[in-house]
Write a protein that binds this ligand. Sequence first.
Ligand SMILES: CC(C)(COP(=O)(O)OP(=O)(O)OC[C@H]1O[C@@H](n2cnc3c(N)ncnc32)[C@H](O)[C@@H]1OP(=O)(O)O)[C@@H](O)C(=O)NCCC(=O)NCCSC(=O)/C=C1/CC=CC=CO1
Length: 257
Amino acid sequence: MSETIRYEVKGQVAWLTLNRPDQLNAFTEQMNAEVTKALKQAGADQNVRCVVITGAGRAFCAGEDLSGVTEEMDHGDVLRTRYAPMMKALHHLEKPVVAAVNGAAAGAGMSLALACDFRLLSEKASFAPAFIHVGLVPDAGHLYYLPRLIGRAKALELAVLGEKVAAEEAVALGLATKVIPLSSWEEEVKQFAERLAAMPTKAIGLIKRLLRESQEATFDRYLEREAECQRIAGLTSDHREGVKAFFEKRKPIFQGN
Ligand SMILES: CC(C)(COP(=O)(O)OP(=O)(O)OC[C@H]1O[C@@H](n2cnc3c(N)ncnc32)[C@H](O)[C@@H]1OP(=O)(O)O)[C@@H](O)C(=O)NCCC(=O)NCCSC(=O)/C=C1/CC=CC=CO1
């Protein structure tokens, strides 16, 4: 039973809602643990073919709950024991993950959104790289993802100046997929998630694996990993269905395996 998040599977989409709205969904140790558990559950559930992370109330996530920060706290240990397991679970999840950013995403809340595969923004969404304002460095994988999304120069600008980025500007920067009007927010997020859930899940997972490895491997090693992944994709029924549908001139119906 989760107390700080809601986890619901509807159809083939897992909805993970950060659920401390009165604290702008700021992270506590319990919330880190519950998010980590839910991500692992979504990864293991064969029925789940897309994951959506969103926030209850007016914010997406305000990052670490600063009311729990004490002088005795070892911030390095907090990252190692609470945030690293959560970010690793997300990083290695081989299913499409959508951040439905309903409001402010600040500090580690912004990091969480950056680690997702797609960021859909409501008109009220914003990114606040707030770490610098409390004298910290960006954490929870923040500077791993940010320069890969928008380049080093812009990443440094955001991290050092710490200025809030509004929704439209975030899209222009390459930080997000699109801005969705408030009037159709829930419906469009649902449609987007269901579209992803109807795609060849295994191939999407392998694309994510290859993109991860392309950042670390040598080119020769990468080509070998690509061949291994293509072998796996080539054995799926979704691949067979895709080819069959192509020749039958119809839309393919993918099962996710
Ligand atoms: C951009 C904001 C998230 C939202 O701005 P806005 O809509 O204008 O709302 P505010 O008026 O600023 O805030 C409303 C109330 O919520 C309280 N609050 C906001 N964020 C936090 C928080 N993170 N922890 C505790 N309380 C928070 C705020 O004080 C208001 O309370 P009152 O109504 O009683 O006055 C904006 O709020 C913002 O930028 N928040 C701070 C973001 C931040 O600094 N986050 C933490 C960064 S550090 C981090 O994420 C990770 C770690 C990990 C490891 C170790 C240690 C620390 O950090």
